[in-house]
Design a binder for this molecule. Structure first.
Ligand code: ASP
Ligand code: MG
Length: 410
């Protein structure tokens, strides 16, 4: 007997038929003698619908009230799933975040989980119930309803699994696992049987949308065994996110190619090459709550240098305005130029640690296609480049091929 947390995304519960499908799978696991906690998202499209409604009332919805509204999507699905389970003859019980007492901080719309009271759930599980928990939501110290950020049900699933010391956390979604890259871009993309937790974290941070980044972080921190599977296929094994690298020995050096179309590049030209400049440029940017991704500063020539960084495309105008109006004159820079038609492509693989020449292979392959690299950043297990957005597809396809991801590893 195992304790399994199964998280179902919005497409898996988008109508009664699909909810019945979820019920059938839960019943199957239950029949095998397992204890099951189900965590669900709102029906697909529902959270967007609720956000749009809120915006009709208030141009910038009050964050507390917005959470009150958007958290309702999940309350509907937990009730429906529980009814379905009962109809199938199982004992079932729904819990909102507040009913569990998923305690979060008070950062509305992006709250972080602080603790989970697992006592009631554990008792109900021991009494044979299937527990159905609302994803994406919690409650703060003063009793306000909070939400965890878009895609936050993944994090709820992992956090519940951690709190209950579950044997496995299964994330059911509309893809059947983690792929070497997005199959919509590269038809040859393959499902990975395993991926290490570190690689998954890089993939998620680099734009792969399979799992919410925070969920992956959480899983890493609490060593939750995570598996991504399709909710529309029977008996698929999905992708297991592992903590060991030893089973990677026979595999490709590179596990995947991630990409992100949302990257915009900004360069501050001719900044004085002296202490404090990076802070004076990026301080006002971070004060405005704009996230900065890659940062590059050139070596100074004649006492001045160029300073480049990337931000999310949505925040490009805001960042440009801050730099032009508040920073440029203040630090005596020559000019501020930007390009919001850029994209980031990354190769990810723990094999990089033990193999040399990955970067040069990547750069050569891009050069052979005439693709100019505008920025480069690396970590121990990934190399990212910023390129012109119009070459994104070509770059991803080429890299997928040269790193042998088109074929099953020998
Ligand atoms: N319903 C929320 C959203 O659409 C949470 C989730 O689906 O994970 O972002
Ligand atoms: Mg989701």
């Amino acid at each position: 007997m195992a304790l399994i947390v199964q998280k179902y995304g919005g497409t898996s519960v988008s109508n009664p038929e699909r909810i019945k499908n979820v019920v059938r799978r839960v019943a199957k696991f239950k029949a095998l003698g397992h204890q099951i906690v189900v965590v669900v998202s709102a029906m697909s499209g529902e959270t967007n619908r609720l956000i749009a409604l809120a915006k009709e009332m208030q141009a910038y919805p009050d964050p507390r009230e917005l959470d009150t509204v958007v958290s309702t999507g999940e309350q509907v699905t937990i009730g429906l799933v529980s009814m379905g389970l009962m109809q199938a003859g199982l004992k079932a019980k729904s819990y909102t975040g507040a009913q569990v007492r998923i305690l979060t901080d008070s950062a509305f719309t992006k709250a972080r989980i602080l603790s989970i009271d697992e006592q009631n759930i554990s008792n109900d599980l021991a009494n044979g119930y299937v527990i159905v928990v609302a994803g994406f939501q919690g409650i703060d110290q003063t009793g306000n309803i909070t939400t965890l950020g878009r895609g936050g049900s993944d994090t709820t699933g992992v956090a519940i699994a951690a709190a209950l010391h579950a044997d496995e956390c299964q994330i059911y979604t509309d893809v059947d696992g983690v792929y070497t890259t997005d199959p919509r871009l590269v038809p040859e993309a393959r499902r990975l049987k395993t991926i290490t937790f570190e690689e998954m974290l890089e993939m998620a941070s680099l734009g792969s949308k399979v799992l919410q980044i925070r969920a992956v972080e959480f899983a890493g921190k609490y060593k939750v065994k995570l598996r991504v599977l399709s909710s529309f296929e029977e008996d698929c094994e999905g992708t297991l996110i592992t903590f060991e690298e030893n089973n990677k020995m026979e595999q490709a050096i590179i596990s995947g190619i991630a990409f992100n179309r949302d990257e915009a590049k900004i360069t501050v030209r001719g900044v004085p090459d002296k202490p404090g400049i990076a802070y004076q440029i990026l301080g006002p940017i971070s004060e405005a709550n704009v996230d900065v991704d890659m940062i590059i500063q050139n070596l100074g020539v004649d006492g001045s240098t160029d300073f480049s960084f990337t931000v999310h495309r949505n925040e490009f105008d805001k960042a440009m305005e801050i730099l032009k109006n508040k920073v440029q004159g203040h630090i005596g820079a020559l000019s501020v130029v930007g390009d919001n038609k850029t994209a980031k492509v990354s190769v990810v693989g723990v094999g990089m640690r033990s193999h040399v020449g990955i970067a040069s292979k990547m750069f050569r392959s891009l050069a052979e296609e005439g693709i100019n690299i505008q920025m480069i950043s690396t970590s121990e297990i990934k190399i990212s480049v910023v390129i012109d957005e119009k070459y994104l597809e070509l770059a991803v396809r080429v890299l997928h091929k040269v790193f042998d991801l088109d074929q099953e590893p020998a």
